[in-house]
Design a protein around this ligand. Structure first.
Ligand SMILES: *[C@@H]1O[C@H](CO)[C@@H](O)[C@H](O)[C@H]1NC(C)=O
Ligand SMILES: *[C@@H]1O[C@H](CO)[C@@H](O)[C@H](O)[C@H]1NC(C)=O
Ligand SMILES: *[C@@H]1O[C@H](CO)[C@@H](O)[C@H](O)[C@H]1NC(C)=O
Length: 350
């Protein structure tokens, strides 16, 4: 079969381009996050990767405010908060204002959360937590938010997690930093339970799916008007598709060439509606030989209906109208779409 490859029309290229750049934009948004990033480096391996940012929102699980801070600021004993509930479990906040020295906390504030009342939990219990600890900065009206990005696993043998080096005492007590105002300081915690996802979204690609060839015969070609004509929708994979063309030409192909486009349409009723990868061979059949006109087009089709990929020139009208060439026979033409690869999305157990 002699095939001829033609340029994809600009709409499809522009679409692919936009998809890439918006993905990049999203990733940047996420990594930038909110607040001001600080650089911290610790000698303790356990604290590698600890990050502190200033954020505006108050901690969601617990805030402890200590007035007359100067009274206790030289004490090595810890302050243990009252029991509070967060994410369905009971906790206490444990504060060392001179640092917990056996956890590398010398010269720092140390802050921990401890899970309590665990006797009511089933044997072998395990609570996985995304933990953030906070120091209020009243001067900036923000909260220094300390986290290290790892999931803290609370178990019977380890009920306490936190940061020995929450904040250096030199920073905390420096009045121009603004952590202590009117001899008052506040600390907080945010406890989110990390439960493994039970389901995942799986995108699979099917080569030559069943019923992947759709043939569309157009009769009385010479009587057609100057407008787009569309085929019936046909199902390949989880999605309906259709062909479309204007017999008088489209875009830069007007009025010399016959266009052909392939459209992503709706989804079958039980399908998971996502972007769909579609790779298709679009053909104008030669009715006298195997010398068909063909282009290959591949793209992510958006969830909405009507996005199309194709060409403004599947054949020049002068070749179409030349009877010896075999594309227009008895005033009829035949288009064909062969979907060679399609993606299907399923929700499966993780
Ligand atoms: C943090 O450290 C990196 C690498 O050492 C440096 O490029 C960056 O400018 C620092 N950021 C701040 C806010 O100091
Ligand atoms: C206190 O903090 C300010 C502002 O961050 C800084 O310029 C100053 O050097 C600090 N003072 C001491 C004693 O560390
Ligand atoms: C029609 O096509 C044939 C074969 O390709 C060619 O020889 C002939 O010149 C064409 N006729 C016209 C009118 O273009």
């Amino acid at each position: 079969m002699a095939t001829q490859t033609w340029c994809l029309c600009f709409t499809s290229l522009a679409f692919l381009f936009i998809t890439c750049s918006s993905a990049e934009f999203l990733i940047q948004q996420v990594t930038e996050g909110r607040g001001t990033e600080y650089n911290r480096s610790y000698s303790l391996e356990a604290d590698l990767g600890v990050t502190s940012i200033l954020r505006e929102e108050r901690p969601s699980s617990k805030i402890v405010t200590i007035t007359s801070f100067s009274v206790i600021k030289e004490r090595y004993e810890s302050y243990e908060s009252s029991i509070f509930e967060a994410s369905g479990y009971k906790w206490r906040l444990i504060l060392y204002v001179k640092g917990k020295s056996n956890d590398g906390g010398s010269g720092h504030i140390s802050l921990y959360v401890r899970i309590v009342e665990t006797q009511s939990l089933p044997k072998g219990w395990e609570v996985n937590v995304d933990l953030k600890l906070f120091v209020h900065n009243p001067k900036q009206n923000k909260y220094l938010t300390v986290t290290d990005g790892t999931v803290k696993r609370f178990v019977d043998a380890k009920k306490e997690w936190g940061f020995g080096q929450l904040i250096p005492l030199s920073t905390f007590h420096n009045t121009s930093e603004g952590y202590i105002e009117e001899d008052t300081a506040s600390f907080g915690a945010e406890i989110f339970i990390v439960k493994p996802a039970e389901q995942q979204e799986k995108v699979t690609f099917i080569s030559n799916p069943p019923d992947n060839v759709f043939t569309w015969k157009i009769l009385h070609f010479s009587t057609l008007q100057d407008r787009f004509y569309y085929s019936a929708d046909f199902l390949v994979g989880d999605r309906y598709w259709r062909l479309g063309f204007n017999p008088k030409g489209n875009g830069g192909g007007r009025p010399y060439a016959l266009p052909l486009f392939f459209y992503g349409q709706g989804f079958k009723p039980d399908a998971v509606a996502t972007n769909t990868w579609g790779a298709v061979n679009l053909r104008l059949k030669n009715q006298l030989s195997t010398n068909h006109r063909q282009v290959h087009a591949a793209a992510w089709y958006p969830i909405r209906s009507g996005f199309n990929v194709g060409v403004n020139n599947i054949i020049l009208l002068k070749d179409l109208n030349n009877a010896t060439k075999g594309y227009l026979v008895n005033d009829a033409i035949i288009f064909e779409a062969e979907v060679v690869k399609v993606s299907v999305t399923n929700i499966v157990s993780a």
